[in-house]
Design a protein around this ligand. Sequence first.
Ligand SMILES: [Fe+2]
Length: 357
Amino acid sequence: MEAIRIRTDQAESGMVVATDVYTPNNQLIIPKGTKLDERMITRLRFYNIYGLFVYKSDSETEEQKDESYIEMLRSTVEFKKFNRTYVETVNNVEDSFNQVINGSSEFDVDTLLADTDRILREGRNGAHIFEMLHGIRDYDDLTFVHSLNVSLICSIFAGWLKLSKEDSRVLAMAGLLHDIGKMLVPKEIITKADKLSGDEYEIIKTHSIKGYQVLKDQPIDIRVKYAALMHHERCDGSGYPNGFKANQIEEFSKIIAIADVYDAMTSNRRYRKAICPFDVVENFERDGFLKYDPGYLMVFMERIVNSYMHNIVRLSDGREGEVIMINKLALSRPVIRVGSKFVDLSKEHSLSIDAII
Ligand SMILES: [Fe+2]
């Protein structure tokens, strides 16, 4: 069978992997011959893997029934209104970024944040806004959409962390501007479908320093400038550009690192069924505690998981049940009531949650 190279954002459930897939640290995560599912696609995003080889296949229809959840969300009046405000705001973000990069004006921070506030007011609560973000269809230009999403996630996260009003504002702004340096990286590299060469990856990595340079003379809080510089630093020293460790990374940059990878894992929605938040949390539980600040990460994961209490889920063996208890020590593996039985996923390792339904 013929193998083709695809970007991770083109990966779909049912595709068969044609070569072993490794993380940047050479850890095998998906062996050749594996049929992709949403859980694995989330994992590819967690590791920032740009692309992979798959066999040409026609088995994409089997996951169709999971479309209903997201399609149902998209058909609500509430979502349509949210979507309209979102699209307007993305356009404003794009204009504003272009003006700053061209040097034609300074940031109009108040206007930009007023726009994001408008989006936030259209959701019932943080978890509901996360749900609606999952429903937003994809755009060609990922930088602006990603920037807006990270800003929205940061605003909600700030509330969960009980930050002051002023700090919440700074964090939302830091989320909005963290990737602005990508506008100074050649677009062909950012959107390239084929595997990036080592040199090209090094060029992408320069966006953090470039972002800092764009922002350093703007009249904005220093934490916003640091966030552009440090959002790819990791607490274990494995990040870039400086390989800083936990005590050297500015606090807001640690928060943005989590919001950034969360959006990466849940993005590119056009071809996707509903995101399973338990997969996202499972990835963080498995590989996140050394890389990300454990205190911030726990708050984030607990909030996400708790918002799905009493939702109906489908298990990997096809049974359906209700989430009735969250396991604090295994957040991605709650207790599910299936009929009159209780299935504790923290003990039943062969089972997992396939989808929220
Ligand atoms: Fe970035």
